[in-house]
Ligand binder design. Structure first.
Ligand code: MGD
Ligand code: MGD
Ligand code: MO
Length: 753
């Protein structure tokens, strides 16, 4: 957009996101109403004579049915806008922009897919592109963004239950026989399943019914990422044999595993990945796998050998597997009588030797005799992957989400990603830098709902859903629609006590794709009743079980802090409340403390192997801060009662824990500052906005107030936003917010009034 200021960006999302920073037009639609919006667009294009009749005639089939279905609902802009809960004028602006430009790309991902009508939404989008001939041209086309770095690659090799391999599936007549022939030709004895297996949600239902005796879970964490995590976990507990291949030890799933296979991970693996633009890239391992970890492909082959398929699985290197994959992609491709050509064809890459495989340059498929250097663009000739080459338009009728709101669960639950975490957090949460951005599980709620329900910014609240509860910290957000809440999908049971988004979601799926409706849960929201909050930092090598504090807390979150773990705790029993601890300060010999600060101090003494050595209480608030330093002078733990917004600069404390881990005893000057003093000169900088340069919100707001009110000026002064750039939207919104404040202030000033 910077390079092409004429580019217009429209964001369609019920929630204002960082992406809106780019937007010329924002449509904050009602969740689940996308199919209505795009069938509405199709009808609007037809009514305004914005169709490409020539393209439709030459390259598509089913247009009349698709249009008739679109017209079943009232086709006026006002009616569509009302159904999508949008402003009619803004909606018409979007319709007009879409219809009057040939070069339109519609990028879509999980806001469209994770729905009980996800394929309808996708088809409604594709219909509009076909109807306008906006496809197969530079800068034109519907573009489903694949999420995982190798999601495309997974599809190519047949990583779904209804797929065979090389883009062949069980539904296509003759495909199973062809794969069988391929292996027979290779001199092997094929034994392919008769039909498709269970998709993810259905698989766990089959386990629940006792139909599955053995399950091998590799590189996915369904105990966190599937809907109804409660039922998934019950099914796992019931399954007679569960094997888990994972590269991390902190995965909830391991608790259900009978056999654990340690796997190599990114940077250790060797192979290829395919991205959203069909580009296959060689990925080379740069580190040896640690410990007993082995490559997943190796583990699969070893198990196959033990099952008696040694001949078929005798690979010694990924290049041999790739070669077979490439040959299969070209096998009998387009040869049968009713045959369309299979688009996924990399036969041009078959027969590469080790050296050629190692030297493989990134290339976009199809790669074959006709296109030896790959194919940058598909569908340029208007021919599609159907027997007659015509695109099929699908008649779409929009439907609301299956999960219904009612008096018991009146709020619409939206779930998704945050900038600095990846999926179920098993890897990204280990990085204190990344954890700094959003340290705790949270709930985003509109200001009006927060006020009505009595939940407060930074307070703790609880969402109740069909399969359990979710406890997190409240973030009141003007970007959130009324009646809707958002939670991150990321937190797992290792990092918080009850923050599984999947527990709140019913296992309803799209009938075609099997994709769960993870964006449209139904929940109730209420404040979490707690008598106290506290923060405990514990050195990693202290060797004390966290159940000691987790079990007595109504809420806990673990936040890695380098050589220590930060525990954010909150609970109910008033006996251990923060309040009314008598004022005490200074170094005291162990034994004297009981009289000074009874409740928390005696709890700390009973809980931790190193007794409190320093403590002080704030006479005004009654808050206690305490620390345990061992005989060698190493910091072992640190404690503060009260909510986390009162915390001092934790980076300073993290450094002290780091020193302790390397065996250093604390400098006298540090020891003096350990409690209140750690604030000196380095106050809590607030949430980290720029992860690359660790720049916090307070420093940024300070700089904006002093006049550095552009991203460039902030970058020059604080370096924030100058490396990966992913915090730039947040920097911009902080600038906007500060400006809005600055404008608002004089009006609030009584002198001016
Ligand atoms: N940092 C980070 N990046 C990631 C990932 C990660 O874990 N962390 N995961 C990767 C993966 S695997 C994937 S699949 C992608 C997903 O990438 P996205 O799909 O962009 O991510 P999400 O946050 O799941 O959801 C996108 C948006 O859909 C909106 N939404 C919810 N309901 C609706 C609706 O009914 N209609 C519309 N139009 N929008 C709706 C949500 O408000 C949300 O802002 O991200 C990839 N990138
Ligand atoms: N509520 C809600 N739920 C969602 C979503 C949502 O938006 N909302 N999004 C959905 C989407 S789009 C996705 S893609 C899924 C993601 O869900 P999952 O795939 O379940 O999540 P990951 O955390 O990526 O799980 C990968 C697991 O494999 C391990 N691992 C990493 N690399 C390797 C490896 O090379 N080999 C092996 N053997 N293990 C490895 C990781 O440690 C981790 O335990 O979540 C889905 N669930
Ligand atoms: Mo994904």
């Amino acid at each position: 957009k910077q390079r092409n200021p004429l580019l217009r960006v429209v964001v369609i999302d019920p929630r204002v996101t960082d992406t809106c920073e780019l937007a010329d037009l924002y449509l904050g639609l009602k969740p689940g109403s996308d199919a209505r919006l795009f069938t509405g667009l199709l009808a609007w294009m037809a009514a305004r004579n914005k169709l490409d009749r020539v393209y439709l005639e030459a390259h598509t089939q089913g247009f009349e049915e698709a249009l008739a279905a679109a017209r079943e609902q009232e086709a006026g802009v006002e009616a569509i806008a009302a159904d999508c809960d949008l402003d009619a004028e803004r909606l018409e602006t979007f319709f007009y922009w879409f219809a009057s430009h040939l070069h339109v790309v519609t990028l879509f991902s999980q806001g469209v897919n994770q729905s009980s009508s996800g394929t309808d939404k996708g088809n409604a989008i594709i219909n509009c592109h076909l109807a306008g001939g906006k496809i197969g041209l530079p800068g034109a086309g519907p573009f489903s963004i694949t999420g995982q770095p190798n999601a495309m690659g997974g599809r190519e090799v047949g990583g779904l239950a209804n797929q065979l391999a090389a883009h062949m599936d069980y539904d296509t007549p003759g495909a199973r026989d062809r794969v069988t022939r391929f292996w027979t030709t290779a001199g092997l004895v094929p034994c392919l399943p008769e039909g498709p297996g269970h998709k993810a949600v259905a698989l766990f239902e089959a386990i629940e019914r006792g139909e599955v005796q053995a399950l091998w879970i590799m590189a996915t964490n369904p105990a966190v990422s599937l809907p109804r995590t409660d039922r998934v976990r019950a099914a796992l507990a019931k399954c007679p044999l569960v094997i888990v291949s994972d590269c991390m030890a902190n995965v909830d799933l391991l608790a259900y595993a009978d056999i654990v296979l340690p796997a190599s991970s990114w940077s250790e693996k060797d192979g290829t990945v395919t991205n959203s633009e069909r580009r296959i890239s060689r990925q080379r391992g740069i580190l040896p796998p640690p410990g007993e970890a082995r490559h997943d492909w190796w583990a699969l082959c070893e198990v196959a050998k033990r099952l008696g398929f040694g001949e078929a699985f005798g690979y010694t290197h990924p290049s041999e597997i790739f070669d077979e994959h490439a040959r299969l992609s070209g096998f009998e491709n387009g040869e049968g009588p009713d045959e369309r050509r299979r688009l996924f064809d990399i036969s041009g890459l078959a027969g590469l030797d080790r050296a050629a495989y190692d030297a493989l340059e990134p290339i976009q498929w199809p790669v074959n005799a006709a296109a030896p250097h790959g194919t940058a663009r598909l569908f340029t000739d208007g021919r599609f992957a159907t027997p007659d080459g015509l695109a099929r338009m699908v008649a779409v009728r929009s439907r609301p989400p299956t999960q219904a709101l009612d008096a018991e669960r009146p709020l619409r639950l939206n779930t998704g990603r945050i900038r600095d975490q990846w999926h179920t957090m098993t890897r990204t949460a280990r990085s204190p830098r990344l954890m700094n951005h959003r340290a705790e599980p949270f709930i985003e709620v509109a200001p009006e709902d927060a006020a009505a329900l009595g939940v407060e910014e930074q307070g703790l609240a609880c969402l109740q859903g069909v399969g359990g509860r979710y406890v997190g910290r409240v973030r009141v957000s003007r970007g959130q629609r009324r009646g809707e809440v958002f939670v991150p999908m990321h937190w797992n049971g290792y990092f918080s006590g009850s923050a599984l988004s999947g527990a709140l979601i019913e296992a309803h799926v799209d009938p075609v794709s099997g994709q769960p409706e993870s964006k449209h849960g139904a929940v109730a929201l209420a404040p979490l009743a707690v008598e106290w909050e506290a923060t405990l930092l514990v050195a990693d090598d202290l060797g004390v079980a966290e159940s000691r504090w987790c079990d007595r807390s109504r809420y806990w979150a673990r936040i890695p802090l380098g050589a220590a773990q930060r525990w954010q705790l909150a609970g109910g029993e008033p006996a251990s409340a923060n309040g009314r601890i008598e004022s005490a300060r200074g170094e005291m010999a162990h034994g004297e403390m009981e009289s000074a600060s009874p409740e928390w101090l005696s709890w700390l003494e009973a809980t931790l192997p190193v007794p409190p050595t320093l403590w002080c209480t704030d006479p005004a608030s009654g808050r206690l801060r305490a620390a345990g330093v061992d005989e060698a002078g190493r910091l072992r733990w640190w404690f503060m009662s009260g909510p986390p917004r009162e915390l001092p600069n934790l980076a300073w404390l993290a450094e002290r824990f780091g020193e302790a881990a390397s065996g250093e005893s604390m400098a006298a000057e540090h020891r003096r500052r350990l409690l209140a003093g750690c604030d000196d000169g380095a106050a809590n900088q607030g949430p980290v906005v720029c992860s690359c340069h660790q720049v916090g919100q307070r420093a940024i707001l300070g700089a904006i107030r002093e006049g550095d009110d552009s991203v460039e000026a902030l970058g020059a002064r604080l370096a924030c936003g100058t490396q990966c750039g992913s915090c730039i939207p947040e920097l911009k919104s902080l600038i906007e917010e500060e400006k809005a404040h600055a404008l608002a202030e004089p009006i609030e000033d009584p002198a001016v009034a």
